[in-house]
Design a protein around this ligand. Structure first.
Ligand code: FES
Length: 322
């Protein structure tokens, strides 16, 4: 089961970062105490009002233990999380958060890092840039947003660029004379052995996957903020819960997560889209129908864990460590 250790933090500062993007600095309640350490690319889950659980990438330097910093885009399609963060969460508020988890891990042996960010997708890459600086790994950033007013965290980027002399290419595709990023060209220019990391909207990541198809997969990394595939809701399979010593039948049209909730279980979940990893469960028997964006292809092939919010079963029965 996913680590669901939680703790309370206080919102120390709230900053306006860009059109529709706010930054939140979260600190421990006890002065001078430390937060759990994290690695670049990690995220935390925030417990919001009304039982909402939402995941946000940590954007600050992983060497820092006195605070976690996140950026939140006020998504027009918000299911409540980003709207709450923008309209109701205030400086001084106390929040319950999970320990950091990382599904977007950096390869620290890389001789060169190329980062590609679309909009709020800059957030996990900021912690990776900080880590690259600490490791002395040269890096380059391609950051695309609709306009300069929609691009958050330009100040911190300017600081990192000033410290390292790294190449930071900004691209505002809705400003006069600008166009979409030429991903094919910029992937072709990745230095030998370099690793590439991308985070942003679905369309950008789908183009990125095409553009990087000829690179060795171990050098290509990405994190999705939205589902790429529909959830598995064909149903008609049995689920045995080993620890609870119970079984249930998932009906057509029902997700595995909804089936678990329907029998009174309270599995942790957040995004319901297969992108945050909160609902991960160990699979003891059977073949999942993986629909998530968290597990790698190798992890999916191993069939020993799954995201129950979006994935279903290819076999007639699944046995889960629940
Ligand atoms: S709830 Fe986010 S991956 Fe399942």
């Amino acid at each position: 089961m996913t680590d669901i250790t939680t703790q309370q933090v206080r919102v120390r500062t709230t900053t306006y970062e860009a059109n529709s993007i706010l930054g939140f600095e979260l600190v421990p309640l006890a002065p001078a105490s430390a937060l759990p350490t994290f690695t670049a690319g990690s995220h935390i889950d925030l417990q919001l009002s009304g039982g909402l659980l939402r995941s946000y990438s940590l954007l600050n330097d992983p060497q820092e233990t006195h605070r976690y910093c996140i950026g939140v885009n006020n998504d027009a399609k918000s299911r409540g999380g980003s709207r709450f963060m923008h309209e109701q969460l205030r400086t001084g508020a106390v929040l319950t958060i999970s320990a950091p988890r990382n599904h977007f891990v950096m390869d620290e042996t890389s001789p060169f890092n190329v980062f590609i960010a679309g909009g709020i997708g800059i957030t996990p890459l900021l912690s990776m840039i900080a880590r690259s600086q600490a490791l002395g790994t040269p890096w380059r950033l391609h950051y695309t947003a609709r306009t300069r007013q929609h691009a958050g965290f330009l100040g911190v980027l300017q600081r990192y660029q000033g410290e390292s002399g790294a190449d930071v290419q900004l691209n505002f595709d809705q400003e006069p004379g600008q166009k979409m990023l030429d991903l094919k060209a910029l992937i072709a220019a990745v230095p030998t052995g370099g690793h590439v990391y991308a985070c942003g909207p679905l369309a950008l990541l789908e183009s990125y996957e095409h553009a990087t198809a000829s690179l060795p997969p171990q050098r290509v990394h990405r994190e999705y903020f939205a589902a790429k595939q529909a959830s598995a809701t064909d149903g008609s399979y049995t689920v045995e819960l080993m620890r609870a010593n119970r079984s249930l039948q998932i009906a057509p049209g029902q997700s595995l997560l909804d089936g678990l909730i329907a029998i009174g279980l309270e599995p942790p979940f957040s995004c319901r889209q297969g992108i945050c990893g909160t609902c991960e469960v160990k699979v003891l028997e059977g073949t999942p129908d993986h629909r998530d964006m968290v597990l790698t292809e190798a992890e999916k092939t191993a069939n020993n864990r799954m995201m129950v919010c979006c994935s279903g079963a290819k076999s007639a029965k699944l046995v889960l460590d629940l």
